[in-house]
Design a protein around this ligand. Structure first.
Ligand code: HEM
Ligand SMILES: CC(C)=CCC/C(C)=C/CC/C(C)=C/COP(=O)(O)OP(=O)(O)O
Length: 300
């Protein structure tokens, strides 16, 4: 079946809850929630209350999902032009723009109600600011305006550990900001590796992605530089006394592996290495936060 035929037949099949679920970018939100939970667990000695863990994650998940739905609506024309994204529910027309927007508003309102009533105002406003950062500032403006789109826009995606932390403590702690910094520095290697792998597709759109506007070599150098910054940021929790030896060993090994990928990418401009680097970036972030958690509980 050609791509056009399969896209047309997808538009015709009945809409199910799966289409709406897909709009919320569930796998991305799942990893974000892992960083939320770990932000909550390391915020204080001892365990946070079950209520704050449940309602905090629920509210943040609802608002993140709401932001992801807006991204699908704003980007539906761009999504139609790329093989990776052309089967998405709004791009194929399976879910209409008004239905998707209604879904997003419902998720957003539900998320705000949960956070305001069951968690705290600080977390509610910071999560709403992240939604606006991703859905409006990144998707609507930066993504279309500059090849530095994800460097600046990445801040919204980096917020979840801080959101988890503020849900438990009600304050913005410098150590929580360190966790944000790690994800902030991680985002460019995460995304530019995929952008190199999918460069031809981005070239067919009017989105100024770094490999298209400045070439692979330039992007690979920047991936390498951000990887070095990310490794430096990942070691800071040890310098501040937030984490100890277990985390230090884990972060160092994981970081060295990331560096190996980035150096390989920089030395030989290979699409397969770019895909492997993108996949590893996800494993890296997951394991780094798991090390943070294990270290925290072994120390307390
Ligand atoms: C603005 C910053 C970010 C950008 C531009 C970005 C970009 C992307 C893109 C384009 C994909 C591919 C999606 C697909 O295959 O359809 C992706 C996948 C993914 N991203 Fe990110 N990302 C960002 C931030 C994050 C953050 C903060 C997390 C988690 C903490 C994350 C976790 C993931 C995961 C788990 C996947 C795999 C999803 C799957 O397999 O379906 N990303 N990212
Ligand atoms: C409230 C809160 C924490 C909000 C954050 C919401 C969120 C789901 C961020 C995800 C980051 C992401 C997958 C960006 C890719 O978008 P893209 O448009 O560049 O990639 P695409 O082409 O795959 O859509």
């Amino acid at each position: 079946m050609s791509n056009e035929t399969s896209t047309a037949s997808m538009a015709q099949r009945p809409i199910t809850w799966r289409d709406y679920f897909e709009l919320t970018k569930p796998k991305v939100v799942a990893l974000m929630l892992l960083t939320v939970v770990i932000g909550m667990l390391v915020a204080e000695p001892g365990l946070p209350g079950l209520g704050v863990v449940f309602f905090g994650n629920l509210g943040i998940a609802l608002l993140s999902g709401s932001a992801a739905v807006i991204n699908h609506v704003v980007d539906h024309e761009v999504d139609q032009r790329m093989a990776r994204t052309r089967r998405r529910p709004v791009a194929t027309g399976r879910v209409s723009t008004p239905d998707a927007l209604g879904f997003s508003v419902s998720l957003g309102l539900a998320g705000m109600i949960v956070l305001i009533w069951q968690v705290n105002m600080l977390t509610a406003w910071l999560t709403l600011a992240s939604l606006v950062g991703y859905a409006v500032i990144y998707t609507l403006f930066l993504k279309r305006a500059t090849p530095q789109n994800i460097v600046i826009g990445g801040l919204a995606g980096a917020m979840p550990p801080l959101l988890g932390w503020t849900a438990v403590t009600g304050t913005v702690d410098p150590n929580a900001l360190l966790l944000v910094l790690i994800i902030f520095a991680w985002t460019p290697p995460h995304f530019w590796a995929l952008a190199i792998h999918r460069k031809e597709e981005y070239a067919q759109t009017d989105i100024p992605m770094l490999p298209v506007t400045h070439g692979n070599r330039f992007t690979e150098l920047h991936i390498l530089l951000y990887t070095l910054m990310m490794i430096a940021a990942s070691l800071m929790p040890v310098a501040t006394g937030m984490s100890g030896m277990i985390y230090l060993v884990g972060a160092t090994l994981l970081g060295l592996r990331f560096l190996q990928y980035s150096v390989r990418l920089w030395r030989g401009d290979d699409r397969r290495v770019a895909l492997a680097t993108f996949k590893y970036s996800i494993t890296y972030l997951m394991l780094l936060f798991v090390f943070l958690l294990v270290d925290h509980f072994v120390r307390f």
